[in-house]
Ligand binder design. Structure first.
Ligand code: NIG
Length: 417
């Protein structure tokens, strides 16, 4: 049956005449919105939308009508960088952090990624799925409809595969659209202490083939950073992934000017993520390429670092996506609206820019902007009906006020109460 959402105060982020796969530079300030509108959903897809004055009685016959008076409708958020699959939590490290230890010092004491790897190793696949499922429903309630999920807390063949199976299962048993990323090169496990290159050998000869044999990954990622993986390691891993058609993403320039951006561009990464340590050299490397800059304000906030220079990136003409980086160590939040608020306040992005960065540009960073990220005829009906709100600007301004009243994912209404 058709569903028609009527009396929409404003349909935000439509695509009428021109379709784009990504919005860059000044284009990030463009939103094509319709006041007093309607949207027709047919099956999984958006069939039609427009101004209420053009909706005929004939169109509404036999359809389920939803009156959205006073509410806006946006495309569901596209969160292109998460570590949603993890076991337990790391609040004890948070206490260490409050007492003054840095992220690196916590990691050196056996905390950090290796702590999560140990917890995950001791957790069954079923339990891991249950824990991840709770987070998946949490982010749906925040307005997310498509999400990228990484491995990287396994660090053995079995546990990396276990994580990615769970991620795929989230894609098939929730209404989320899920893209998965193999991140075996997230940290060097203890069994390879001082033998990092041999761990890279294991990633290449054992992990990638195992992951590919079950079709568990859409992308391949490396944490390219001093103390984690070098440029040479990153190149070896990307070359191995390319043999199986895995396009890179990169944890780039989070703690230093690591060269992560440049290596990402060299290997045609779909996105380079973090980018706290970037400047003109990195911007120039990205300009005119198919690689999108993705910023993760939640981890910059949580780690109390300097924010990525997003204003300069946009002024340089680059496209920018925002993602949550939902993970137990540096960003224990999957709330896209909170990330938008941080991006506006701390990175000086305008409300229109943060909406583009969280919808169409997030979709681009997952390779799905032809089907997600805007309200367009034929795109997947992933829509959020807001609570009554006065303006678009209110969205990043009302930092902690819940935004979502109703969610439609793949054309079906989802219970978000
Ligand atoms: O993106 N930088 C690497 N990975 C995560 C942190 C993971 C963790 O601490 O568990 C990040 O911030």
């Amino acid at each position: 049956m058709k569903i028609i959402i009527i009396n929409i105060k404003e349909i935000v982020q439509t695509e009428r005449a021109e379709r784009v796969s990504v919005r860059s530079g000044a284009g990030m300030s463009v939103l094509d919105n319709i006041r007093d509108g309607y949207i027709v959903i047919n099956g999984e897809f958006i069939e039609e939308f427009g101004e209420m004055s053009n909706l005929t009685e004939e169109q509404t016959t036999g359809a389920k009508i939803i009156d959205a008076a006073g509410r806006m409708v946006l495309p569901a958020f596209c969160d292109s960088h998460t570590h949603l699959v993890y076991a337990g939590s790391r609040e004890m490290e948070y206490i260490d952090k409050i007492r003054g230890l840095s992220y690196q010092e916590i990691a050196a004491r056996g905390g950090g990624i290796l702590n999560s790897a140990q917890l995950l190793h001791n957790t069954s696949e079923k339990d891991l799925l249950n824990q991840t499922m709770a987070r998946a429903w949490e982010i749906i309630r925040f307005g997310t409809g498509a999400v990228e999920i990484k491995s990287g807390y396994g660090l053995t063949v079995e546990d990396e595969v276990k994580m990615l199976r769970v991620a795929r299962e989230i894609g098939s048993s929730t209404p989320l659209t899920v893209k998965t990323t193999f991140l075996g090169a997230h940290a060097v496990p203890l069994r390879y202490r001082d033998r990092r290159e041999e761990y890279v050998d294991e990633i290449i000869t054992e992990m990638i083939p195992a992951v590919v044999s079950e079709n568990l990954a859409d992308f391949i990622d490396v944490f390219t950073e001093d103390g984690f993986f070098s440029i040479a390691d990153t190149e070896r891993i990307f070359e191995a992934g390319a043999k199986y058609g895995l396009r890179p993403k990169v944890h780039a320039n989070q703690m230093s000017f690591s060269g992560g951006v440049q290596v990402g561009v060299k290997y045609n990464a779909i996105s380079v993520d973090h980018l706290e340590f970037t400047g003109e050299e990195e911007f120039a490397a990205l300009k005119g390429t198919g690689t999108i800059a993705t910023v993760l304000p939640g981890s910059t906030f949580f780690l109390e670092m300097e924010y990525a220079p997003v204003r300069d990136m946009i002024n340089f003409g680059l496209p920018v996506a925002i993602a949550t980086n939902y993970n137990p160590g540096s960003s224990p939040s999957g709330d896209m609206k909170f990330m938008m608020a941080l991006a506006a306040l701390k990175m000086k992005m305008t409300p229109y820019e943060v909406i583009n960065a969280s919808t169409i540009n997030g979709a681009y960073a997952m390779g799905i902007s032809n089907t997600h990220g805007t309200i367009a005829v034929g795109k997947v009906a992933n829509l959020m009906v807001t609570k009554p709100i006065p303006s678009i600007e209110y969205i990043p301004y009302a930092i902690s006020t819940p935004l979502v009243e109703r969610m439609f994912l793949k054309g079906r209404e989802i219970d978000v109460r």
